[in-house]
Design a protein around this ligand. Structure first.
Ligand SMILES: [Zn+2]
Length: 162
């Protein structure tokens, strides 16, 4: 199945750095328009001059996962490995103010993202037909036809490798 993330990322450079899909990321055809709409909604919610940095897009436990950072007003991204004790009191205070000022925006963006993640659990990841999360050895929303197609793809890959 085709990965539609590169073309979606290229249309939304305000969310995807340089319009490029991040590492370890993909979206299959069934969720492509859901993801496109999510990107449009996030851009509409962002104030002028603000942007996101999408970190990863994938499927997990049968649902879409969309991980991102809100890029700060000074253009910096919160660093996961950042040590607060390394900062001066002044920058600490500035950071706290920044966070407080962005709290409402961060919450609005999170709600938009969660709505799309929830909706993904009602659509076949392969073709977008109405579906639900089931266990097929792993959690998936794929309809029987898409599941068979993916299994055949994997089988063909395995044979190609041996
Ligand atoms: Zn399907």
């Amino acid at each position: 199945m085709e990965n539609h993330l590169p073309e979606i990322a290229a249309r939304h450079p305000r969310l995807f750095e340089n319009g490029q899909a991040p590492q370890w990321s993909y979206v299959l055809p069934g969720w492509a328009s859901l993801l496109e709409q999510l990107c449009v909604n996030l851009e509409a919610a962002l104030p002028p001059g603000r942007r996101l940095r999408v970190v990863q897009v994938k499927e997990k436990f049968g649902g879409l996962r969309f991980y991102y950072d809100l890029v700060r007003r000074d253009g910096r991204v919160e660093d996961v490995y950042y040590h607060e004790e390394d900062e001066t009191e002044a920058t600490k205070a500035a950071r706290a103010l920044d966070r407080a000022a962005d709290a409402g925006l961060a919450e609005a963006l999170m709600k938009i993202k969660q709505a799309a993640e929830n909706k993904s659990q009602e659509l076949c990841e392969g073709c977008g037909c109405p579906s639900e999360v089931r266990r097929e050895g792993w959690h998936t929303t794929m309809c029987p036809a898409c599941l068979a197609a993916v299994r055949a793809e994997r089988e063909a890959e395995r044979e190609g490798q041996s």
